[in-house]
Design a protein around this ligand. Structure first.
Ligand code: FPP
Length: 244
């Protein structure tokens, strides 16, 4: 398992390889303006589009966005339906442009349980963008980190049961290889907007050594400048990975 970023020296700026964002606060953004929650989510998607574009422009290798959690199904049915509608619209309208701009799509979570047309569109977008190299955009859909770990344990246990795997040989790399994020770079920076300071079942394993940045800004107000501030905060931190 590779833990090292290029070591920082003097005033050298180091770009994290992998940034993940919990895009929180769409509902409060709408409420402050006496608008329906859907208006906040719409602005949230628009902000996701802008942030992806900026992240690609500055040369980030991988950006992961938490778009829909395993727990989001508990929201009222009309809000879940609105969110799925926005996702459909995002895939049709924004994703094609991103792919044309060199972005490779990855999706983490139990996304194959979504509606059939969404699954088909996502499969197609993953295939069409698989050779793109400008940036990997990983979208977390129907994602829960605890569920991800349950899946990884089950996969390893199934191999152990057939005798293909000796449980004593299970190590960090093997567990990482069984996670949805197996093909993504190690997570360096995790950002959460809207003032909440918790991980909410997002990338729990992967956040082991990630720097955490919490901002009070609501997601629809986030913007390129806020991403740059989070990257500057990352640069100001000294990462020791448990060493001294
Ligand atoms: C949190 O706002 C946001 C979500 C539940 C996820 C929705 C995310 C987007 C609409 C962006 C979608 C991006 C893509 C790539 C399709 P909240 O409703 O929890 O806000 P609140 O805490 O203020 O109520």
């Amino acid at each position: 398992m590779s833990l090292a970023l290029t070591p920082k020296g003097g005033s050298e700026r180091v770009l994290p390889r992998h940034v993940a964002i919990i895009m929180d606060g769409n509902g409060r953004w709408a409420k402050k303006r006496l608008l329906p929650r859907l208006a906040g989510h719409r602005m949230g998607v628009e902000m996701a589009r802008k942030v992806v574009e900026h992240a690609r422009d500055i040369g980030l290798e991988c950006l992961t966005l938490y778009a829909f959690s395993s727990e989001n199904w508990r929201r009222p049915a009309d809000e879940v339906s609105d969110l799925m509608g926005l996702l459909r619209h995002f895939i049709i309208k924004d994703l094609d442009e991103m792919i044309a701009n060199g972005i490779r799509l990855a999706v983490i979570g139990d996304w194959r349980a979504l509606q059939g047309d969404l699954v088909a569109m996502i499969e197609d977008a993953i295939a069409r963008s698989s050779t793109n190299t400008a940036m990997t955009l990983a979208i977390a859909l129907n994602y829960g980190a605890q569920q991800e770990l349950v899946g990884a344990v089950r996969a390893l246990a199934a191999r152990a049961q057939t005798g293909a795997l000796d449980p004593a040989t299970i190590d960090l790399a093997m567990i990482e290889g069984a996670l949805f994020t197996a093909a993504l770079p190690q997570l360096d920076l995790l950002i959460r907007t809207s003032g909440e300071q918790r991980l909410s079942n997002f990338l729990l394993w992967q956040a082991a050594y990630a720097e955490l940045v919490f901002t009070d800004t609501l997601w629809p107000d986030f913007g390129a400048a806020e991403l740059d501030s989070a990257l500057a905060a990352f640069n100001a931190r000294e990462r020791r990975f448990g060493g001294r």
